[in-house]
Write a protein that binds this ligand. Structure first.
Ligand SMILES: *[C@@H]1O[C@H](CO)[C@@H](O)[C@H](O)[C@H]1NC(C)=O
Ligand SMILES: *[C@@H]1O[C@H](CO)[C@@H](O)[C@H](O)[C@H]1NC(C)=O
Ligand SMILES: *[C@@H]1O[C@H](CO)[C@@H](O)[C@H](O)[C@H]1NC(C)=O
Ligand SMILES: *[C@@H]1O[C@H](CO)[C@@H](O)[C@H](O)[C@H]1NC(C)=O
Length: 384
């Protein structure tokens, strides 16, 4: 689950096919009308725990499902759009996770259709490009609650089987938070919740990570938010157009190529095409080399890591066309030793042709606002 890139890619295609740019988004923006304003819901904040295995992997928190409510821990994932979690329909494959017991919920409705999702890579630090991260799902609806906000008949999927790599998760599922509100978030917006959510996903040593749904927790940053337009309007994807990348203050012709960078809170590593990945690494150290046993990964002797400056500035333009950078500090360079080569540390960018995608290694250093109604993302430095 470190990378959900294949899922993102397939959702993009699907979304463009079935739902071209619609006015749904506009109609979900909280109207300024007084009678409607009276019904407006207040934002809620959900604390998030960090799944840390030598490096920050995922941030997850509780929602509750069913009547009476059962706690379900999920990763809030801006790289996907649906809600899926382990259930008592899943046998021993889900034994390491808390399973939702659908038979104990009086509001549960089994839709009986089945499907599956295959992920590009798995839960650990060494990503494996392949199809061995798969969830088998069964469609259903039930009441879902986030903080103190509830909606009835929310579409969801019970995990009925999964490949072993998923069972080491300390969480039970995934709540998609794509750029078109769906499921619980769409239902709350139609009840009057502002169509915005915010993430404060911090490194383990800092803690206090949280999701605010329906608003912004302005106690988490000083200064103002810089907003940039979502570049993938009308799809589920959150992305910004980046005209340039700098590494230790330098750039190259490859890095001056404009690119669509997807923002995925469910991914801890960075994915760039091979040419970009190697252009970035060549400005950090010629000793960063492909780690051939894990396709797409790169590594360097762990003892060299502290000596390397590796500041990556991702350049973007705000809603007024003004340039700004999101900066990844040198502390993100290593994501920890390879299991099959403990003296070699994996570096933060994986080569993956056809996709440019960033996640936790950027989001950890900013308070981020995901504005579904206005189709823009906001960032404020947290000093972390
Ligand atoms: C989720 O709820 C359980 C109790 O059901 C609690 O033990 C756990 O700490 C909660 N997790 C988070 C991330 O808040
Ligand atoms: C949820 O709790 C917040 C305060 O924590 C409060 O402002 C809000 O009105 C509550 N919402 C509902 C629907 O009870
Ligand atoms: C904001 O600035 C004040 C004063 O310098 C400081 O005490 C506070 O910790 C800062 N808050 C954040 C969230 O950085
Ligand atoms: C972005 O970072 C680069 C390299 O450090 C720097 O030259 C440039 O001035 C920065 N841009 C802004 C708008 O701060």
């Amino acid at each position: 689950m470190i990378s959900r890139s294949l899922l993102v890619a397939s959702l993009v295609t699907q979304a463009l096919g079935i739902a071209p740019y619609t006015i749904q988004l506009q109609s979900r923006v909280a109207p300024k009308d007084a009678t409607l304003r009276r019904r407006a819901l207040n934002p809620v904040t959900v604390p998030l725990a960090d799944f840390f295995l030598g490096t920050d992997l995922q941030w997850f928190g509780n929602i509750s499902v069913g009547t009476p409510p059962q706690d379900v821990s999920v990763v809030f994932d801006t790289g996907s759009s649906t809600l899926e979690f382990a259930s008592t329909m899943c046998g021993s494959a889900c034994d390491n996770q808390v399973k939702f017991d659908y038979q104990k919920s009086s509001t549960f409705v089994d839709k009986k259709t089945t499907s599956s999702i295959t992920f590009a890579t798995g839960v650990g630090v060494d990503p494996v490009i392949g199809s061995n991260y798969k969830l088998t799902l069964r469609a259903a609806t039930d009441t879902v609650t986030v903080g103190n906000l509830s909606a009835k008949n929310v579409a969801l999927f019970l995990i009925t089987n999964q490949t072993p790599k998923f069972s080491i998760n300390p969480f039970s599922g995934i709540q998609g938070m794509g750029a078109r509100a769906q499921g619980i978030f769409a239902a709350l917006i139609s009840q009057g919740l502002p169509s915005i959510f915010s993430l404060y996903v911090t490194p383990q040593a800092v803690g206090n990570a949280e999701l605010t749904i329906g608003g912004i927790d302005s106690t988490k940053f000083n200064g103002s938010l810089t907003y940039a337009p979502n570049n993938d309007r009308g799809s589920d994807t959150w992305s910004l157009l980046s005209p340039q990348i700098f590494v230790n203050g330098k750039s190259t012709s490859t890095l001056k190529r404009s690119r669509d960078v997807i923002f995925d809170s469910g991914t801890s590593n960075i994915l760039f095409d091979t040419t970009t990945t190697e252009a970035i690494y060549s400005l950090i150290s010629p000793q960063i080399k492909p780690h051939t046993s894990e396709k797409g990964t790169y590594g360097i002797a762990c003892d060299l890591i502290p000596t390397l400056p590796a500041v990556i500035d991702l350049g973007f333009k705000d809603v007024n066309g003004k340039a700004f950078n999101l900066t990844i500090p040198s502390s993100e360079l290593s994501v920890g030793p390879f299991a099959d080569a403990p003296q070699t540390c994996q570096t933060l960018i994986n080569a993956f042709d056809g996709l440019d995608l960033v996640g936790g290694s950027v989001l950890k250093h900013y308070y981020s606002v995901w504005d579904v109604g206005a189709q823009r993302m906001g960032f404020a430095a947290t000093g972390i």
